[in-house]
Write a protein that binds this ligand. Sequence first.
Ligand code: CTP
Ligand code: MG
Length: 226
Amino acid sequence: MSEIFALVPAAGCGSRMGSELPKQYLSMAGQPMIYHALATLCASPDVSNVFVVLAPDDVYWHRYDWSLFGEKLQPLFCGGATRAESVLNGLMAAELELDDWLLVHDAARPCLSHKQLARLIEALRDDEVGGILAVPVADTLKRADAECRIVHTENREGVWQAQTPQMFRTGLLLQALRTAPNVTDDASAVEALGFHPKLVTSSYSNFKVTYPQDIELAELLLAQRK
Ligand code: CTP
Ligand code: MG
């Protein structure tokens, strides 16, 4: 029977965060940010192993204590120049079976809940293609010109914001990322092959920590959970 694995790309430098320390290591609720997502993934009884893809020259990982996660957590020092490259390198290094499921989750989404993760797995484990956590867009969308003037209002009907985890079979994801390496998420690569991944409704709490002002909100959400 095919197993479910998780892979966490964490080889970025967090340029929009603007701190010297890569954002995945910024302190959040007493731990480096990445710790929270790893804790949720490692706690899932459905997930066999959690691979973390780090930059080959990452000097931070070994400064922290990961022993709570035991052998279930596997660091791989093979990150690439883009998120897609990091995921692809990690996939190749992890040596999984082609029909194993893979949950790709951003290190920068610390507020993923046990419930959201369980829902995603439940919704997709018998799916032909796979899919992603996502939320329907609630705000009105404006198209801007170069001067930040509104050109027109976009139709938001049927528009969703993609989140992670994104869950696909290892073989399909390998093929997709090799075919379409310039994508910002895994689903885009699978879409480029002509497939239609499923959208599984999540909530805004699973947002991506990108800018300095995002840290406070993430800490509030994490504190509430304890
Ligand atoms: N990521 C990665 N390898 C890269 C770039 C990004 O593994 N070469 C990871 C990040 O570490 C993060 C996830 O992909 O966990 C989502 O990327 P993002 O939020 O954009 O993080 P950064 O690329 O680090 O931030 P920025 O775009 O602001 O530089
Ligand atoms: Mg980035």
